[in-house]
Design a protein around this ligand. Structure first.
Ligand SMILES: [Zn+2]
Length: 255
């Protein structure tokens, strides 16, 4: 969900990269037991926790909480049940219902999960809400935020290095060339990978639903609804969770 809520300015990223690369070279390319995949991670858990806490504080300041005690209770109960199955006992989970018409939900790497009213109104059962919750908690299990930040750092450092090299040859056009290079890298490398993250989070989410005795069919019915709604109004959910028939087919295969 979106992890896009964590917006980092480029200078902070490069500073973080320098710090992160120096401090945590040993955690790069470890295998994640939940996914069986080796991951390129150059940010420390502490740094990510800090970024997450800052972002969470900012969201709490700006986004109003739900007025409905029942909505908050529901989100919290589903969140606890899913998180208990996650095996991540050292995460300080928080589950909050926000009063916004946006059809969206998000998770921060520190285990802070937000659901917006617009999404809650569209979900027709606890199983459908659990599908979204499982997906969000799946992002945390798979350490997708650490991976995305590391990728962005890699891209940014690569662009800076290229700009330095280009500036010798291209003079004043070096910035433009570096900008073009950056866009190419982002669209070519980072975004497609984020679709892979989405599928991975779906898969982990379905596992969590099964482990916590929710009906995993809720994931299919929820996605069908999102795909059907795509035509009527652009949903915020779609920009961070692109829906298509491939995704639905992958989910059906899991269930
Ligand atoms: Zn997602």
């Amino acid at each position: 969900m979106s992890l896009n809520l964590v917006r980092l300015d480029r200078r902070a990223l490069v500073r973080a990269a320098m710090g992160g690369l120096l401090v945590t070279p040993l955690i790069a390319c470890n295998e994640n037991p939940a996914t069986g995949r080796r991951q390129f991670i150059v940010v420390s858990d502490d740094m990510l926790e800090q970024m997450s806490a800052q972002t969470w504080a900012e969201i709490q300041r700006t986004a109003p909480r739900s007025q409905s005690a029942a909505a908050q209770r529901t989100i919290e109960a589903i969140g606890r049940r899913i998180a208990d199955s996650s095996g991540l006992s050292n995460v300080n989970w928080e589950f909050v219902a926000f009063d916004s018409p946006e059809v969206n939900a998000f998770v921060l790497p520190g285990g802070k999960v937000g659901f917006f009213r617009g999404l809650m109104e569209r979900a027709e059962s606890d199983d459908e809400l659990a599908a979204v919750m499982g997906h969000e908690v799946g992002h945390v299990i798979a350490r997708h935020a650490a991976e995305r930040v590391s990728q962005q750092l890699g891209v940014q450092l690569g662009v800076q290095a290229a700009a330095m090299a280009l500036s010798e040859d291209l003079g004043e056009h070096a910035d433009l060339a570096a900008a073009a290079l950056g866009a190419g890298l982002i669209y070519g490398v980072v975004l497609p990978y984020s679709r892979a993250h989405e599928l991975e989070a779906d898969r982990l989410g379905v596992d969590l639903m099964k482990q916590s005795a929710f009906d995993p069919g809720g994931a299919v019915s929820f996605w069908e609804k999102m795909i059907a709604a795509q035509g009527e109004t652009p949903l915020a959910w779609m920009s961070t969770h692109p829906a298509n028939d491939d995704r639905l087919a992958a989910l059906r295969a899991l269930i």
